[in-house]
Design a protein. Structure first.
Length: 236
């Protein structure tokens, strides 16, 4: 990757933009090109952060024998890697006390299901929740998910160690590596509600759910109080 010093300025690149749309004003085009420079800067920031993430020192070694209940029986954390050296584990909000899974987690998983085969060209991918496996499978079938693999952390050991020490009903996103038979924690999403900016809902950066990426390109934005639902009244 080229360093920031080797790159032309974002404003210089935005100045190469030849896009125009019917009946737009000069004021619109000036503002849009200024925004384009900011978007180029955002793209560079995303890549810079991803590169920093890739160069993290080795994370902590996983020494506990974490076990889960899968759709086809018991599995270990090592089993979830399959043949890959990297494993992504999304812990979704579907604890034993919940009648149905979290709508926000469900929105993300809806988006992931059709991409599982793409992800698995590179990494292992597992969806983990605290509810019993029978309830997770029933909810999976209700949503029509065909490819996502769901696992129950019934005992809660993994959840307490890598999601929330108090076993709270919160989501988690963890990445693990396996080299030479040694499993290590690589990275986790660590932005919490206490880190939210004023007037914003807690969020990571970038958001994993493409729902938000699309809404952020609209004049209404994502809104301050709207959240996805498990179902909608299509008659309205």
């Amino acid at each position: 990757m080229a360093t920031q010093r080797e790159l032309p300025s974002a404003t210089e690149l935005a100045g190469k933009n030849k896009v125009h749309f019917p009946n737009e004003s000069d004021a619109y085009r000036r503002a849009r090109n200024e925004l384009l420079a900011e978007e180029i800067g955002l793209r560079r920031s995303i890549e810079r952060v991803a590169e920093l993430r890739r160069h993290l020192p080795p994370g902590g070694e996983v020494t506990r024998d974490y076990r889960f209940e899968g759709e086809n029986g018991p599995v270990t954390l090592a089993d979830l890697f399959g043949s890959k050296e990297t494993l992504v584990v999304y812990s979704y909000m579907f604890g034993p006390q919940r009648e149905r899974p979290c709508p926000m987690c469900t929105s993300l998983m809806n988006a992931l299901d059709l991409k599982v085969q793409d992800f698995e060209q590179h990494v292992g991918l597992a969806m983990v929740a605290r509810a019993p496996i029978a309830r997770l499978v029933a909810a999976k079938h209700e949503r029509g998910w065909r490819r996502l693999k769901v696992y129950s952390d019934g005992g809660g050991d993994f959840t307490r160690d890598y999601v929330n020490a108090e076993d709270a009903d919160v989501p988690g996103y963890n990445v693990f590596t396996r080299k030479g038979g040694v499993i290590r924690h690589f990275w986790a999403a660590e932005m919490s509600g206490e880190m939210a900016d004023p007037g914003q809902d807690p969020r990571g950066a970038p958001d994993l759910d493409p729902l938000w990426a699309i809404l952020d390109t609209t004049p209404e934005g994502r809104g301050a109080t709207w959240y996805p639902k498990l179902s909608y009244d299509t008659a309205k």
